[in-house]
Design a protein. Sequence first.
Length: 220
Amino acid sequence: MRQYFETGRTRRTVLQWTGGGLAALTLFGSRLPNFGMSEALAADLGEGDIGILNYAYALEQLEAGFYTMVVDKPYGGISDDEKQILTDIRDHEQAHVDFLKGALADKAIPMLEADFSKVDFASRESVLTTAKTFEDLGVAAYNGAGKLLQNGDYLLAAGRIVSVEARHAAAIRDLLQPGTVAFAGPDVVDDNGLDGAMEPAKVLAAADPFIKTEVTAKSL
């Protein structure tokens, strides 16, 4: 099924943003691949800070769109605690989308078209496994992009945001494997106690199966 990320629902604001919040969203690199659609359907990210913000905006749209579907069509047997966790995560991701859209104003790329057809939203395992993929990806994306930052204040703000993404990742992992150390397993935390990091190109490659709109970065 194809889903447009933008919805008309009113959601409560769950994050407080400061001036550093905008800076923390300029975390992503410039070597971005195309997503494989025709040129006519492309959404070009733009250049400079606008291009970087649009890249973050695209990734946040993906997460917000996914969690919106999860909450709107909860899987069978979902507990009240699980639904609250997933709702809170949705609200966090939607707050990111709203903030970026406001910051970008008329420079924002259009709302992207997603393909979640590989996700069985009636299956707890399918939903939570996909959520785990998205949250682990988000943490790794911030960690991998930190070295690209030129402003120390941006890096400080980024640390505050990635910690929220890590909370999401740990919560989802605990739902999948309660009572274990999976929340910080060896697949994401190394022997030095450091979380994983991914280059922007690898992040986009992992997100590619879920995005139909071609995203180009010709000017970055």
